[in-house]
Every structure is written in structure tokens, then in C-alpha cells.
Write a protein that binds this ligand. Structure first.
Ligand SMILES: Cc1cc2nc3c(=O)[nH]c(=O)nc-3n(C[C@H](O)[C@H](O)[C@H](O)COP(=O)(O)OP(=O)(O)OC[C@H]3O[C@@H](n4cnc5c(N)ncnc54)[C@H](O)[C@@H]3O)c2cc1C
Length: 386
């Protein structure tokens, strides 16, 4: 049965345009000062010093209550700031997950003590968090995880293995998804719990996994009888599945799902009219219209988040279309610019560098944060088609 689906158009009010200008001025100054270099995807670049500068501007924890170090601004304001940071290719990865989903998770389900302990440090750009969901045999089917937390006096003993854990080697905390009750096929979503784990605790081993671009961004994380105190349980024991479902809407709705190759598109625009025989104007024109549509969709979802609505189906749609878009840009660039065109580009443009990286990262976009097939299943169910 069709439940609800909302992607209402929202106009961009003047005060948001002023905020956008403020962020652009900050980024221009930082770029000129050499504090970062433009990347096709700053979302894949980790720079703690840059994150602290973003925090100093009040752009981490923007929507959170002041009592927890937040700034009580709207999700629409947060949307504008994050969109500008990503479009500029600024290195935002260090604080991203803590700001985007761990903070909102604690506000929704965390204890008062957890909120007071972690949120001010995150908002100050000093505490980074990774997500420990996937395991060697559990990715799409997250309920089948085998990392086990066994109840002991005063806490839990955790053993198991997580994989593809982005930036576990640079984070302070992991939001760990573990099984606290035996798996039951009939109630497969029950008995899983979220725990806050310090990554320097005894019994934790973090091993690098090198990606296609030869970068170390994700890891394998092993837990060998790690003690996790009771006060590190987020929400109720066994309620992890419901909590994760809310978290995923934050994870999938934003512009990080379609701004990973934006720098390549901007450069490509310069060559739009130069190769009519390769259909360059048509290809680039199509990309620009898709860009604008995705911008309107994500902004609309920010409006829903602002009203306290969790747009799970709409977010899945944005991520699916956005992933396609992020793959279409480097592919169009590859078709429009041939080797001799690329050889003529000035090195200081860094376009070749950007394009090579965008091509190498492109295959990962529709896998991280939920695969295309899984998202399409969610969309079909949400629309009552399945
Ligand atoms: C760059 C990157 C960063 C990541 N970072 C993190 C992280 O920080 N933390 C974390 O926990 N995980 C992370 N992941 C893992 C990611 O969430 C999983 O890879 C993803 O959920 C898919 O799981 P899987 O790899 O086990 O593939 P599988 O689930 O085994 O899927 C394999 C294929 O089968 C298809 N498939 C599976 N089930 C179905 C179905 N029911 N119907 C139709 N098709 C199906 C999938 O779509 C896919 O094409 C990251 C992955 C990448 C690539």
C-alpha cells in the first residue's frame, strides 16, 4: 500500500543566500591561504585542522540545542553549509559522520549523560566517529550480523569482526552495531543494539584495507572480548534496528550523494562547445539539469528533516539518482575529452588528477550507504509497488 511520499519544492529564502555567500567567502579565503586543495570529493578527504575551522564558524552541530554545544539553526541552514563545503571540494570527512548521523542519533535516543559527554566535543570539531555496521557476510542484510555482545557484570563483552569501516583508523569512537540476543529468523530485526566504543580500548585491532585508488580510507576492525560498560548502550538494549533505520535517512538524503564529482563537471563546462562531434554540449547540458534537480530534491528533504519527519523512501531515491549522477560525470568527461585534450590541460588546473580520482572512486558510490538494488527495493515498497 502506498504510504506517503513528499518532495515538495521549497524556495530558497534570502537569509540562506546570505549564509551561502558567507560560506563561499570562508572557502575562498581558506583556498587562497593554501589550507586545502580542491578535490573532486572533499567528502573522502580527512583533515582534522580544517574540521576545527569549520567548527569555529559554528558549522558543526548546527541544528543541535545550545546546551549540548549546538547552534539551534535549521536543517535548511545546515543543508546550505554542507552543500557549499562539498561543492568546493573542501576536506570535511573527519567530522562528517559525527555531525550528520551520530549527533542526531544521540539526540533522539542517547542518555542525558551521553549527550553531555559527546555532543559538545563533536560540535567543537574534536571528536570523530565511525560506523561499525557491515561485516564480512553482512552488508545489505544487516540483520544477519554476527558480532556478539554478551552480558557480563557492569557491561558487555564484544567479539566479532567489522569490515569496510571508513576512517576507523582516524576516529575516536565507533557506533557499533552488535547482536545482544541470539538471531531468530522469525524476528530477525530484534536483538541488535548500538554501543559507543572507544577505538583505543584493549582487544580492538584495526587493519587497513586499501581501496582502488590506492588510498587507505576503510578498514577491518576486530573485537576480541572487548569490555563495553553499560552506560555505552545507545537507547534501549535490542532497539538498534529501529534506531539505525532513522539514522539511514540522514545518511542518504544529503548532497554528499551527488557532489562527489562536481569539480570535474565544473571543469568540463569550459569544454562544452568544443567537441560537437562527441556530443559534448548535449552530455554536459543533461548533467547540469540533473544537478539542479538533485539540488532541489535534497533541499526538499532538508525541509522534511526540519519538520522532524524521517524521509526514508525519499532519501533512498535521492541516493540512487545521486549515485548514478556521480558516475555519469567522470564517464561523460572520459567520452568528451580524449587523451590529446587531457595532455594539453595545464597541470595547475589539476583536472587530470581530479578526473582520475573520480573514475577510480565512482564504482564505490552505489555500494556505500546501501546498494542500488536495496535502495530500489525500499523505494518500491514505499510506493506500494512491492
Ligand atoms: C567506500 C565504502 C565505504 C564504506 N564504509 C562503511 C562504513 O563506514 N561502515 C560500514 O558499516 N560499512 C561501510 N561500507 C560497507 C557497505 O555498507 C556495504 O558494502 C554495502 O551495504 C553492501 O554490502 P556487501 O558489501 O556485504 O554486499 P552484499 O550485501 O553481499 O551485496 C552484493 C550484491 O548483491 C546485491 N543484493 C544483496 N541483497 C540483495 C537483495 N535482497 N535484493 C537484490 N540484490 C541484493 C547487492 O545490491 C550487491 O549488488 C562501505 C562500503 C564502501 C564501498
Amino acid at each position: 500500500m502506498f504510504t506517503s511520499f513528499s518532495l515538495a519544492g521549497i524556495e530558497m529564502p534570502d537569509h540562506l543566500e546570505r549564509l551561502r555567500e558567507e560560506v563561499r567567502a570562508f572557502l575562498r579565503a581558506e583556498l587562497e591561504a593554501g589550507s586545502y586543495t580542491r578535490e573532486p570529493s572533499g567528502w573522502d578527504r580527512y583533515d582534522a585542522a580544517f574540521s576545527r575551522k569549520v567548527a569555529d564558524r559554528g558549522w558543526i552541530g548546527m541544528t543541535w540545542p545550545r546546551q549540548y554545544g549546538g547552534h539551534e539553526r535549521t536543517s535548511l541552514e545546515r543543508y546550505v553549509v554542507t552543500e557549499e563545503l562539498l561543492a568546493a571540494g573542501a576536506p570535511v570527512r573527519a567530522h562528517w559522520l559525527a555531525d550528520r548521523q551520530f549527533g542526531p542519533l544521540l539526540l533522539a535516543a542517547g542518555s542525558e549523560d551521553q549527550k553531555r559527554t559527546y555532543l559538545p566535543r563533536i560540535a567543537a570539531g574534536e571528536c570523530y566517529v565511525c560506523v561499525g555496521m557491515s561485516e564480512p557476510d553482512s552488508g545489505s542484510d544487516l540483520a544477519s550480523i554476527r558480532t556478539k555482545a554478551t552480558k557480563v557484570e557492569g557491561g558487555w563483552r564484544v567479539s566479532g569482526r567489522k569490515v569496510w569501516t571508513s576512517y576507523a583508523h582516524r576516529a575516536h569512537l565507533m557506533n557499533l552495531f552488535a547482536r545482544t540476543a541470539a538471531f531468530d529468523e522469525k524476528n530477525r530485526h530484534e536483538g541488535v543494539t548500538q554501543l559507543i566504543v572507544d577505538l583505543d580500548w584493549p582487544g580492538i585491532t584495526i587493519k587497513p584495507i586499501i581501496n582502488l585508488a590506492n588510498d587507505h580510507d576503510f578498514n577491518e576492525v576486530l573485537f576480541d572480548d572487548v569490555f563495553v560498560p553499560d552506560d555505552r548502550v545507545i537507547g534501549a538494549v535490542g532497539n538498534g534496528w529501529k534506531q539505525v533505520s532513522g539514522e539511514l535517512a540522514h545518511e542518504r538524503a544529503g548532497s554528499e550523494r551527488w557532489l562527489n564529482a562536481y569539480g570535474v563537471l565544473v571543469h568540463l563546462l569550459d569544454s562544452a562547445g568544443t567537441h560537437p562531434e562527441r556530443g559534448s554540449a548535449e552530455k554536459i547540458g543533461r548533467l547540469v539539469t540533473h544537478l539542479w534537480t538533485l539540488h532541489r530534491m535534497s533541499f526538499s528533504l532538508a525541509g522534511l528533516l526540519n519538520q522532524g519527519i524521517t524521509p526514508a523512501v525519499e532519501a533512498a531515491l535521492v541516493k540512487d539518482l545521486g549515485n548514478q549522477f556521480d558516475q555519469d560525470i567522470p564517464e561523460a568527461a572520459r567520452q568528451v575529452l580524449q587523451e590529446e585534450d587531457r595532455a594539453r590541460l595545464p597541470e595547475e588546473d589539476r583536472f587530470n588528477d581530479m578526473l582520475d580520482r573520480a573514475l577510480l572512486y565512482a564504482p564505490s558510490y552505489p555500494i556505500r550507504g546501501g546498494t542500488r538494488e536495496i535502495l530500489r527495493g525500499i523505494i518500491a515498497r514505499g510506493l506500494g509497488l512491492r
